[in-house]
Design a protein around this ligand. Sequence first.
Ligand SMILES: [Fe+2]
Length: 152
Amino acid sequence: MDMIWKSEYEIGLAESDVQHRYFLDLLRRLQEHENSDLHDREARMLLREIDRYAYYHFSSEELLMSIYRYPDLHQRKHKHFNLLQVLDKKICDFRQLGTKVGPLCKFLTRWFFRHIDDDDREMARYIRRSRETDQSIDPRHMTASISRDLRL
Ligand SMILES: [Fe+2]
């Protein structure tokens, strides 16, 4: 897998593309420590950030899906929860069993690209279509409306 961001990785949803790009950069930095184990402080810090960023990223996409009433939201939330459980278990094994970064990084990279291809492309198509057809639930308009109210 190429760890440098390419336009073909984009799903056409700016919010998610920015986060995916940052996530891939975290993975690329982690890969530089592939022969390290838990004694590598930077690798530990990167894993902690990857773990927290995954939670943040999923919450962010769930919020978007909720705003646009994505029909598979509950199923997707369940999938996110399961993925985070697996991620936590892998990171826990790394810390407790002293495994190397390499296999964990490979797992995370596969997991990341599968997330984009299996889930996010469909979600992005749905949200783009919603934004084109229903301006009333576009969060940019919601923000404008809230700002207007605050000025009154
Ligand atoms: Fe995503």
